[in-house]
Design a protein around this ligand. Structure first.
Ligand code: GDP
Length: 475
């Protein structure tokens, strides 16, 4: 990975070095790049890597020598787990100490690359005891003066050398939804690139999956039947959808046999059809979850929705057969218990979000295969979700947000202590994957996880796209 962490015992000049590399003055770094009170990060060399200063980690204020040693250990452990490259800073003027030795011992066993930096080589390198530095067994030391800038160029080069070439930024011709590309987290991402957007219809038998598919494909390629369970094979059908605005967009429909009720089919058929649906969900970029307008949200809908949620796919909820609801309210008797079509729609909407646990902001569309109601809105929703999936979450903004969220509503105390976030960075897309370095992953209660998740979704406008937190505990 392209995270560079600075470690070293207190007073060797870590913060100075951080500021020197960040080309910032101390006060500004703390105000702007400060993410949590514990770890400070900033993007360096146009985002070619992220630099971390771990100095604050583990310190409490009233620090005894034992506390300082423990804190240094914690900082080094954190760096080992987090960073691809560690800059181990020692003080060239005052010489090495037992704590330096202790840190070096840990670093020699680390998988991450380590570069030894001898600081305070201010004017006269000869005064710095490099021979002592070599004894750490961490390769050739780089001498610098964080204070005056001596050796800075060499250090910058050494860092870039150690990291190797930066991955190519995603060639994204389409700029919609992609923001701050230059500030992007530097990990490689999955991108849909040039292939068509893959869709699948998911829903219980008879909700109208095949009818909707047929409408979209504008042909009778799929057999629609009043008998549940007539579409048997999962196949991919490419098609182009042209919206009302005249723009065409390439799609591919993964047709599935649907998830059948166990009572309707013999067990092995049921088993294979489930597998096929799962395969379709996994292959899809966006899942259309189809519900029946008259039947409402059933237990089976709930189970089926769960499958898509589990696979972390963005979902468009399609309430099909709306023509029947509309027709009912055309008649004087309407539908029992509902004042109007609008009242029915509002109650339906509430039922969906109360009974199905979706990613916040999943689009809900009232449609009809028969009257071709809202087909273009379905497709637009899918395209919008797909674009959103391409977003990059700038590390600085992400960490500032998490710091704000945890300040506004602190995590509950679990056991005797609170969940605490040190640092977070996006590590993937489709789905959004955010690695969070924290004190202990088991201190994050589900409700608080959802609070953080919806905060991230709101901040980065990821409505409808699942966000996955990958927690790495540090204690
Ligand atoms: P699937 O099992 O989910 O693929 O459902 P089908 O597409 O086979 O549709 C099941 C039944 O519902 C068929 O009789 C369709 O004609 C009917 N149907 C599908 N969509 C609509 C719709 O929008 N409006 C109405 N009124 N009936 C529909």
């Amino acid at each position: 990975n392209r995270i560079v962490a600075i470690v070293g015992r207190p007073n060797v000049g870590k913060s100075r070095l951080f500021n020197r590399l960040a080309r910032r003055r101390i006060s500004i770094v703390h105000d702007e790049a400060g993410i949590t009170r514990d770890v400070i990060s900033t993007e360096i060399e146009e985002g070619r890597y992220t630099l971390l200063d771990t100095s604050g980690l583990g310190l409490t204020g009233s620090d005894t020598p034992q506390r300082i040693t423990a804190a240094a250990e914690q900082q080094v452990d954190f760096a080992i787990d987090t960073a691809g490259l560690i800059l181990f800073v020692i003080d060239g003027l005052s010489g090495t100490t037992a704590l330096d030795e202790q840190i070096a011992r840990k670093l020699r066993r680390a998988k991450a690359k380590v570069r030894l930096v001898v600081n305070k080589a201010d004017f006269d390198e000869a005064r710095v005891d490099l021979a002592e530095a070599y004894r750490f067994g961490l390769g050739e030391p780089i001498s610098v003066s964080a204070e005056h800038g001596h050796g800075e160029g060499r250090l910058r080069e050494a860092i870039l050398d150690a990291l190797g070439p930066a991955p190519e930024p995603d060639g994204e011709a389409d700029d919609a939804g992609v923001e701050n590309a230059e500030e992007a987290a530097p990990q490689p991402y999955k991108s849909r690139e040039k292939r068509p957007l893959r869709l699948c219809f998911l829903g219980r038998p008879n909700v109208g999956k095949s009818s909707l598919s047929n409408r979209l494909l504008a042909s009778e390629r799929l057999i629609v039947s009043d008998m549940p369970g007539t579409t048997r094979d999962a196949v991919e059908l490419p098609f182009t959808f042209t919206g009302r605005n005249g723009r065409s967009y390439p799609f591919s429909l993964i047709d599935t046999a649907g998830i059948k009720a166990a009572t309707k089919l013999a067990a092995p058929v049921e088993y294979f059809s489930r597998l096929r649906s799962l395969d379709a969900i996994q292959r899809a970029d966006v899942v259309f979850l189809v519900l029946d307008a008259l039947e409402g949200v059933t237990q089976q809908d709930k189970a089926i929705a769960g499958e898509a949620v589990k696979e972390r796919k963005p979902i468009v909820v399609v309430v099909n057969k709306w023509d029947l609801v509309h027709a009912a309210f055309e008649k004087p008797e309407g539908l029992k218990g509902f004042a109007s079509e609008r009242d029915y729609r509002e109650k339906y909407e509430r039922a969906v979000f109360e009974r199905l646990f979706f990613t916040p902001g999943a689009p809900l569309i009232f449609a009809s295969a028969h009257s071709e109601l809202a087909l273009d809105r379905m497709m637009n929703a899918a395209v919008k979700l797909d674009r959103t999936l391409e977003k990059k979450l700038p590390t600085g903004r992400l960490n500032r947000l998490l710091a704000e969220l945890t300040e506004r509503t602190p995590p509950p105390v679990v056991g005797s202590r609170r969940f605490r976030i040190y640092y977070a960075t996006q590590t993937g897309r489709r789905p959004f994957r955010i690695r969070i370095f924290c004190n202990r992953e088991d201190r994050l209660p589900e409700s608080y996880r959802r609070y953080l998740e919806s905060g991230v979704i709101r901040e980065f406008k990821l409505e409808g796209c699942p966000v996955y937190f990958d927690l790495v505990g540090k204690e």
